[in-house]
Design a protein around this ligand. Structure first.
Ligand code: PRT
Ligand code: MG
Length: 215
């Protein structure tokens, strides 16, 4: 029997995907927040979920280890999209990718063409493209998390990070100085799987699309 595998990260993406799965008649057998299992069955014999780190979702789908996945646009931009078909905007896990600095830092002067700043981020490719488009040279420092700390201890002048409520920036004396782009999560599909398992995948895509766009 053919079956399909959907890659999801736990936390906000899993939580916000549950209603979309429900609309497709899919109910996970377990909650990954409570279970240590990485492969989770569903009420449907031919649908299973694999629980991966958010940044790894496109990789699982690219290589066909998962047929479909749900990942933030932030993650997809960094991955580059090789081997992935379509990015259906599910409008979930919304936030924005921003530049932030310590309160009072003179960003306007720093970003003049020819200006040079140090920027810490986990989004190296996206940050590079953004600053290049402004004619700026930036020294990028790769971090894997807690970017908010970097300007506070002198590691960088600015950070490029996701912001949703702004609470984390405020709690650390930082301020948003520029929005780079709005972010939401997208459904991605392995190109070969879409052809080979079209009968199973297409109806799921249709339900997700209808539910996400509210039609
Ligand atoms: O947390 P972990 O290290 O395991 O991995 P991850 O951070 O990559 O995964 P996860 O599950 O936290 O995020 C998955 C996806 O959710 C991201 O790729 C985004 O597309 C999306 N998303 C939506 C967010 C946020 N909102 C968000 N607020 N991802 C992260 N944040 C973080 C942000 O980095 C910052 O540290 O929350 C903090 C800011 O939140 P506010 O509300 O204080 O502004
Ligand atoms: Mg996180």
């Amino acid at each position: 029997m053919t079956s399909i595998t959907l890659a999801l990260s736990k936390g906000r993406i899993f939580e916000e995907t549950l209603p979309l799965l429900a609309a497709a008649g899919i109910v996970p057998a377990e909650n990954p927040e409570c279970s240590r299992k990485l492969i989770i069955g569903t009420n449907l014999d031919d649908v299973r979920l694999v629980i991966v780190r958010a940044a790894d979702t496109p990789t699982y789908v690219q290589y066909g280890a998962a047929d479909l996945g749900i990942a933030g646009k932030d993650v997809l931009l960094e991955h580059g999209g090789a081997g992935l078909y379509q990015q259906l905007d599910l409008n979930i896990a919304r936030c924005r990718l921003c530049v932030a600095t310590r309160k009072g830092f003179d960003y306007a002067t720093a970003v003049r063409p020819g200006g040079r700043i140090r920027v810490a981020t986990k989004y190296i490719n996206t940050a590079k493209a953004h600053f290049a488009s402004k004619g700026m040279y930036v020294d990028l420092i790769k971090l894997y998390g807690s970017m908010e700390l970097a300007p506070l201890v002198g590691l960088s002048d600015a950070i490029v990070d996701l912001v949703s409520t702004g609470g984390t920036l405020r709690a650390n004396g930082l301020e948003e100085v520029e929005e780079i782009m709005p972010i939401s999560s997208r459904l991605i599909v392995n190109q070969a799987a879409l052809k080979l398992k079209r009968d199973l995948i297409k109806p799921l895509l249709d339900v997700f699309q209808r539910t996400a766009t509210g039609i």
